[in-house]
Design a protein around this ligand. Structure first.
Ligand SMILES: O=P(O)(O)OC[C@H]1O[C@H](O)[C@H](O)[C@@H](O)[C@@H]1O
Length: 306
């Protein structure tokens, strides 16, 4: 995968968009892309993508039928951006934890309002960038200063996200993060992931102990693991075969709540666990990143067909 910095396409202003338009869903603003070859829906809150669908195809992302589109509430499904920490604060490395001033999981970026920076359209792709300036506005949650830029690139065959963090503070910044991708399946029991064979994983449901993956990842009830791997993956469901290729990531989270946890989750139907899985491109646990003053790091994933 190459996440390129320069593109042929030209940035265009709202009045000149051909394929992109504003919309409101519930109480949230989003941009929708209606390109001849694909559709997408991207919310300003969280820079949260909830839809990507090539022409005549279903959404490549799972979104809960109980999802709530309201300021300050994380959308259940799509691709939440977990930033500048992943998971519960207490399970983060000390360098990350010491900047966190709240008990909230997965950071504040997923419920923050991002700014639309750029829309670029061509006959074959649409690229949309949003930014979040994490400054004093988040001083009750986090002690740091950073700029986060999320760039989505859509084509007829793939969806790509690149998330670049730049440390604007005057001391090293440690962070964990994840592109928390929810994928649909018609049956979790007949779904598996290839590409993690031989990887070490931390099983959060087994007292955070280490194990080694043998064979493909299968789902037998609740699953919540952090793999020490950023290798290319194949996600095979009864109806779809997706490839996931990451950059800037050496950890992958695999999650399915199973029936008991599903019943406790917010905005999640009781039977929803049978029809989704999360495969999260991450910098988690020992794969946390440290940025010196002015330094940047990009984490990204490209989701395509196998
Ligand atoms: O309910 P949320 O805060 O969105 O978190 C949903 C899930 O995210 C990740 O996949 C974690 O590994 C899980 O432990 C967590 O339950």
């Amino acid at each position: 995968m190459s996440i390129t910095a320069t593109r042929q396409s030209v940035a265009i202003k709202p009045g000149q968009w051909s394929f992109t338009r504003w919309t409101t869903v519930g109480q949230l603003e989003a941009v929708e892309v209606h390109h001849p070859s694909f559709k997408a829906r991207l919310f300003l809150q969280g820079a949260h993508l909830t839809q990507f669908a090539p022409r005549d195809e279903a959404n490549w992302l799972w979104v809960s039928e109980d999802a709530i589109f309201k300021p300050g509430q994380a959308i259940r499904g799509g691709i939440p951006i977990c930033w500048p920490w992943f998971g519960v604060p207490g399970r983060n490395p000390p360098e990350v934890r010491r900047r966190i001033l709240t008990g909230a999981s997965h950071g504040f970026a997923r419920t923050a309002l991002w700014k639309l920076e750029d829309v670029r359209e061509t006959s074959v792709e649409v690229e949309i960038s949003l930014s979040l300036h994490a400054n004093q506005d988040f001083a009750d949650a986090w002690n740091g200063s950073a700029l986060c830029l999320a760039t989505y690139t859509f084509t007829a065959d793939s969806l790509q996200i690149a998330l670049t963090t730049t440390n604007l503070g005057d001391s090293p910044l440690a962070l964990t993060q994840a592109l928390h991708t929810y994928l649909p399946t018609s049956d979790i029991r007949h779904t598996h992931i290839e590409g993690l064979e031989g990887s070490v994983f931390i099983d959060t449901l087994e007292n955070w102990s280490d194990f080694t993956q043998h064979g493909p990842v299968l789902f037998n009830g609740q699953t919540d693991r952090i793999y020490e791997s950023g290798q290319p993956l194949a996600v095979i469901t009864p109806a779809t075969e997706r490839s996931l290729q990451s950059v800037g990531s050496d950890s992958t989270v695999v999650w399915n709540p199973g029936p008991t946890k599903a019943a406790q989750l917010s905005d999640f139907p009781d039977a929803g666990w049978q029809r989704m899985l999360c495969v999260e491109t991450a910098n988690a646990l020992s794969d946390y990143r440290v940025l010196n003053e002015g330094q940047s790091h990009t984490i990204g994933v490209m989701i395509g067909r196998l």
